[in-house]
Design a protein around this ligand. Structure first.
Ligand SMILES: Cc1ncc(COP(=O)(O)O)c(C=O)c1O
Length: 398
């Protein structure tokens, strides 16, 4: 990283992962090129021996294309900057980053406690792979009081997601870190919501952070990406070993797109967050709104934790609407600026009608018949986003 003389992440983010000056010309491209290659060639066997020796000493030396060259190294550096770590491992999707955490840090016969607010496919990973590998999983509300009775002699890890990406449930990460330390558990967190910018789990005592770069890091809905970050040398060793063994690799072009996207992360996040709060204000003024789930919204039960632990927010919110199923479907179908789709973190607004079946797995969900809608508030003019919601709500009740 260039020496910026600042600890401000906004500045560091723009000066990390940049091209080194060419020793001869003393110049460098501002935008690092996408370095596509499947392998590396050496001038002599001695040069290869030298590279292997440096690699064995822990330096990031590429001897084959799978581990990636300069573009990948630059993106790893940016992830380390964001999450405050020494190492970052890139993965081809957010879900594969999550999988890496489980596969690297657990053995057959181990037990892991998983926060019941986690992103749904983690349960699929459990059902289809972890169980088959002899890894036991239990789901629980992620509060130290509730977790205590879940600990078994073979429990090795606590895996959480804060806030949960359906109901934005804020978790008390410092309290969970204390709990994990007391029981000698690794604490791993999905930090896709915070993207290392508005929320920094390792600063709060978490051991391992996994991020779906597909969302706010890329920010333009044009790539799939994941990353896993850690500091503890033994955890890094295990992640490194499994990352290599499982053949994880991402294309240089995707690394390049992610680098381009991440440079504007701070301003995008600020605008998403500002727009989302304006949408919350609008929703709160509507008679159909029963509850808003967004930690930066002062009425959200997680607001105090959000104020204490986060440096900002983003465009994710869910809302409970007093609409029956047919009305809720009419509402979603009537929206013109919100694409009906699953992802989030891109420039655009999205909407998802959340089924009650998965919600019942979340202890945070209070039940009831209200429709639950998740919105990703994009970067459109917020007046237009609000007007679109207003006309769709009117149509839903018509
Ligand atoms: C909280 C969270 N973690 C991880 C992922 C997985 O990311 P990807 O879609 O890149 O596999 C998602 C995707 O929606 C997510 O919402």
């Amino acid at each position: 990283m260039a020496h910026t003389g600042t600890t401000r992440l906004e500045t560091q983010l723009l000066h990390s992962g940049i091209a080194e000056f060419n020793p001869k010309t003393q110049s460098a491209p501002v935008a690092l090129p996408s370095m596509r290659t499947s392998t590396v060639r050496f001038a002599s066997l001695e040069a290869l021996d030298h590279a292997l020796a440096d690699k064995a000493d822990g330096e990031r030396i590429a001897t084959y294309g799978r581990s990636g060259m300069d573009t990948h190294a630059a993106l790893e550096e940016v992830f380390c900057e964001l999450e405050g770590t020494q190492r970052a491992f890139l993965a081809p999707s957010g879900l594969s980053a999550v999988t890496l955490v489980f596969m690297a840090l657990l053995n057959a016969g181990d037990h892991v406690i998983v926060a019941d607010c986690v992103y749904g496919p983690v349960r699929h990973l459990d059902k289809t792979v972890l169980r088959r590998m002899g890894i036991e999983v239990s789901y629980c509300r992620a509060e130290p009081g509730a977790l205590e009775s879940q600990v078994r002699p073979n429990t090795r890890m606590l895996y959480v997601e804060s806030p949960g990406s359906l109901l934005m449930e804020m978790l008390d990460l410092p309290a969970l870190a204390e709990f994990a330390r007391r029981h000698k558990l690794v604490l791993a967190a999905d930090n896709t919501w915070g993207a290392g910018y508005v929320y920094r789990p390792l600063d709060l005592g978490v051991d391992v952070s996994a991020v779906a770069g597909t969302k706010y890091i890329g920010g333009h809905s044009d790539l799939m990406l994941g990353a896993v970050m850690a500091n503890d040398p033994e955890l890094v060793r295990r992640l490194n070993e499994t990352h290599y063994a499982m053949g994880y690799s991402i294309s240089a072009d995707d690394a390049w797109l992610a680098l381009r996207g991440v440079r504007t992360l701070p301003i995008r996040m600020r605008q998403h967050a500002e727009n989302a709060l304006r949408v919350c204000e609008f929703l709160a003024s509507r008679p159909e709104t029963a509850r808003i789930y967004h930690p930066a919204w002062p009425q959200d039960p997680g607001h105090a934790l959000w104020q204490r632990d986060c440096h900002g927010s983003n465009g994710m919110l869910s809302v409970e609407l007093a609409l029956d199923h047919a009305q809720a479907r009419r509402f979603v179908n009537a929206l013109t600026l919100y694409g009906i789709g699953y992802s989030w973190g891109g420039f655009e607004s999205l909407v998802q009608l959340v089924e009650h079946a998965p919600l019942t797995q979340h202890s945070y969900w209070g039940g009831g018949d209200n429709a639950v809608v998740r919105l990703h508030i994009g970067l459109e003019a917020v007046e237009d986003l609000v007007a679109d919601l207003a006309q769709a709500l009117d149509k839903a009740r018509a």
